[in-house]
Ligand binder design. Structure first.
Ligand code: BGC
Ligand code: NOJ
Length: 815
């Protein structure tokens, strides 16, 4: 069953009924001000940090779970009937409903009682505010006398404190109501230099800023007292729950339309100019007033929306494909790239599965996210890399997370996830391959943000590599630490106490449990580091990296090969995990993907053997599960992985993040049919037709699809903020279509289904535009026979940019 459809020319997904199985959301903002918005206008907004600068309130684990939102009420003043044009919160039956989620904006349109309403929500580029542009049209034959009420609930900034510390918070809330603008200024009297404002383009009939007055006693959002009686109370909040509601009266002739603009914004004042007059407690509004005035003007709003669209033209224009598969095309050209930008901006902080109060940016996550957005915003990728590297510990280890607002490592989860450092090497490699900006390796970057500790970025990468060499276990494999990529494989945890964190509890000294996955990752990172060293003329260092990688490869063969597949790890007793000798968890996906990606087993057929085992034991029609057999009980020596019921999350769920590793591995052994088949199984667009089962948004990848051991096999969960976004994008663009960035240019190496007769890609790379037409007359899956660039056949498969910013036409013949 479908709940909408893709409108590819407009780059929109159109939801045609409000009661989707779960709230289907979009993100507003792409720089500093962000919001989540669902298809019924639920969600919240924040400035930079979802925890520390929350503008509007959200209630956790609510039912429905997008509750708290950017709500509007329309009221027919002749009959007293009222409804919400976004369906929530009144859930009045609508005669028409449509939600268009687009690139950085959402438009919710509906009709009820012959009154049409359409609201476009977006954040203008360069601003820290969101616009709700409402148009109301009277489709009746007679005049309509209407009221519009807006409604948002302010969060008292620190979202965690806001939802727990009521004894204080019920007495701190403050607002100012000046010239029709509601200013939320809780804590502005003391240490905050920022406030929020909520403005409206129309003359107000009234307002409310005290939530409980607006709602009335014993009522809720579906029948606020102010709306029901058709008149605001003009309440001014002091303590309790600051709220923002404007009341506008709209009289419309038949056929007439009125546009009303609402602005919700965040503003900072210099610390010494907070008040006006200076010795008062009144907000100095001089700096914010011009911003408000600008966006209450419809012409500026239209121009800002146009600028936003053009910005996305540019971002998405970097890579456009036309292949025989509509699902791959729309994901690569539109939605997957868009999702990658969301992971860049938000990491894993704020979605309806990530509360925005829990996590900062992950060291490992952010480095992998780079793979998906570096081509769109290389300058911001550079900044991100330097920020991440500055949180690295001088040992080469890493804080597992850091806070976007302070850019400092956060010690909540600490360090000791022994895979972390290598992702920095891979992130930097991706950046270098995209940009050729070798200078970044010389950038001085501190350790732990400590001034004076600066070393060139390259030295950080060396320490990442050495970190593993200094932490080898009994088999010569890397010690796993708290966990590797699989946060739930906690081999040193041994927790028997309810509520303990699996990630930070450590009851073993960590000198035994080893990870074959990190071993593979080490080999892969070692090869990249060697390439970088070579480029810097450090040939000895390059040789050392390669020699260490080769040594590790041998160890993997000795202790990490199980006969038909790669072992996953060794536990604290020195017993293998992910081996045929195990009762449960005999084969894991991660080590198969990572070892083959590192090139291990390509020469002797073991890579193919491992992939065949994946196909046989792990592949399902909904994607590839993480391991088999699922853990049927809790194993104290394994940790969180066995805490999930079989089929969910890391316990044999389809953890989509790692499916692309297998897909890349399949392309490396030349199996284009299988690679594309696996890709399609988790592609949300291809799953749109099973929306009732999949349940999450059909336009973005989900972190997890329930595995075959789960009662809801095929059900997706944790959409949007997942490493799946970057990895699927990277895999489709660079390994399936095979237009792959490399240190010296663009490598052309497609691996596609045999039945495809060709495809086209337009790629902007280092300032040049390549129009690439790939032909496959012989129906092969891989292999390039010749490449003609601007009419001249070139040797090899590498396009070397000439630096002139030209457009090139490239003909590729497979065979
Ligand atoms: C989840 C993991 C996640 C970890 C750290 C676990 O509960 O299953 O996917 O990485 O928490 O937040
Ligand atoms: C989600 C985390 O964000 C990521 O870092 C981790 O690798 C996966 N879960 C697997 O546990």
């Amino acid at each position: 069953m479908r709940y909408g459809y893709f409108d590819d020319p407009h780059r929109e997904y159109v939801i045609t009924q409000p009661n989707t199985p779960l709230p289907w959301i979009n993100y507003l903002g792409c720089e500093a001000y962000f919001g989540i918005i669902s298809n019924t206008a639920g969600g919240y907004s924040f400035y930079r940090d979802a925890r520390l600068r929350r503008l509007t309130r959200y209630r956790y684990n609510n039912a429905p779970f997008d509750f708290g939102g950017r709500y509007l009420y329309l009221r027919d003043n002749d009959t007293g009937q009222f409804w919400s044009p976004s369906w929530q919160p009144t859930r009045t039956r609508l005669d028409q409903y449509e939600c268009r989620h687009g690139m950085g904006y959402t438009i919710i349109g509906s009709a009820c009682r012959k009154i049409e309403a359409q609201t476009c929500y977006f954040v203008p580029l360069g601003e820290t505010l969101e616009i709700w542009k409402l148009s109301v049209t009277n489709r009746r034959h007679k005049a309509a006398r209407l009221s519009v009420f807006s409604s948002i609930e302010f969060c008292l900034w620190d979202a965690q404190d806001d939802s727990t510390n009521f004894q204080r918070n019920f007495s701190t809330g403050q607002v100012e109501m000046v010239d029709g603008v509601i200013y939320h200024k809780t804590e502005y009297r003391e240490r905050r230099d920022h406030f929020a404002y909520f403005a409206c383009s129309e003359k107000l009939a009234g307002f409310d800023t005290q939530r409980d007055t607006f709602l009335g006693a014993c009522r809720s959002w579906d029948n606020p007292a102010a709306v029901e009686r058709g008149k605001s109370f003009n309440s001014v909040a002091c303590g309790w729950a600051p709220h923002g509601s404007h009341h506008v009266k709209v009289n419309l002739k038949p056929g007439e339309t009125r546009e009303i603009i609402f602005l919700l914004g965040y503003h900072e004042n210099p610390a010494d100019q907070k008040f006006d007059p200076p010795d008062s407690q009144t907000i100095n509004k001089r700096t914010v007033k011009p911003v408000i005035a600008k966006y209450l003007d419809g012409r500026n709003v239209a121009a800002a929306l146009q600028a936003l669209r053009e910005n996305w033209d540019g971002l998405l224009g970097v890579y456009q494909v036309q292949s025989p598969d509509v699902h791959a095309n729309r994901m690569v050209n539109i939605w997957n790239a868009y999702q990658c930008m969301a992971t860049f901006n938000l990491s894993r902080s704020a979605s309806f599965y990530e509360s925005g109060i829990g996590r900062g940016l992950g060291f490992r996550d952010s480095n992998q996210d780079l793979l998906g957005f570096v081509q769109m915003v290389p300058a911001r990728a550079r900044e991100r890399i330097l920020d991440i590297a500055a949180t690295q510990l001088s040992t080469g280890g890493a804080f597992h997370q850091y806070q976007p607002l302070t850019k400092r490592g956060n010690n909540d989860i600490g360090s000791g996830f022994n895979d972390d450092p290598h992702w920095l090497v891979l992130g930097v490699a991706a950046y270098l391959k995209e940009t050729g900006d070798w200078g970044i390796l010389d950038e001085p970057v501190p350790f732990e943000n400590e001034p004076g500790s600066e070393k060139p970025l390259y030295e950080h990468l060396r320490r990442s590599f050495n970190y593993t060499l200094e932490r080898l276990g009994p088999h010569g494999l890397p010690l796993i630490g708290r966990a590797d990529w699989n946060d739930c494989l906690n081999l040193n945890c041994f927790s028997d106490t309810p509520g303990q964190s699996f990630q930070t509890t450590t009851n073993k000294d960590g000198k035994v449990a080893e990870s074959v996955f990190i071993a593979g990752l080490f080999v892969l990172a070692g090869k990249e580091l060697a390439a970088m060293a070579k480029n810097r003329g450090q040939h000895k260092e390059a040789e050392r990296c390669l020699a260490e990688a080769a040594k590790m490869e041998k160890v993997i063969y000795q202790h990490g090969w199980d006969g038909e597949w790669f072992v996953r790890a060794y536990d604290d007793f020195g017993k293998p995990i992910g081996s045929k000798v195990c009762q449960e968890g005999k084969i894991f996906i991660e080590s198969q993907g990572m070892c083959v990606m590192a090139g291990i087993g390509l020469k002797d057929g073991n890579a193919k053997r491992a992939l065949q085992s994946v196909h046989q034991h792990l592949a399902t029609k909904h994607g590839i599960v993480l391991q088999q057999p699922a853990f049927s009980r809790y194993y104290i020596e394994m940790g969180e992985i066995s805490s999930y019921p079989p089929g969910y999350k890391e316990n044999a769920g389809i953890f989509c993040h790692n499916n692309p590793w297998i897909i890349i591995a399949e392309t490396m052994v030349g199996n284009g049919d299988r690679a594309f088949d696996y890709y399609t199984r988790i592609n949300p667009s291809a799953r749109e037709k099973i929306g009732h089962l999949h349940r999450c948004e059909p336009y973005v990848f989900a972190q997890m699809i329930a595995g075959k051991d789960a009662p809801t096999h095929g059900e997706a969960k944790n959409s949007w903020l997942t490493g799946t976004a970057a990895w699927t994008y990277f895999t489709a663009t660079q390994w399936i279509f095979g237009i792959r960035t490399d240190y010296d240019g663009l490598l052309i190496d497609p691996c596609i289904p045999a039945k495809w007769r060709g495809f086209k890609v337009q790629r902007v790379f280092r300032g040049e535009t390549y129009d690439i037409a790939v032909r496959n007359p012989r129906g092969v899956m891989k292999g390039v026979r010749r490449i003609v660039v601007d009419g001249v056949e070139i040797p090899g498969q590498l396009l070397r940019p000439t630096g002139g910013g030209q457009k090139h036409s490239v003909l590729v013949e497979m065979g």
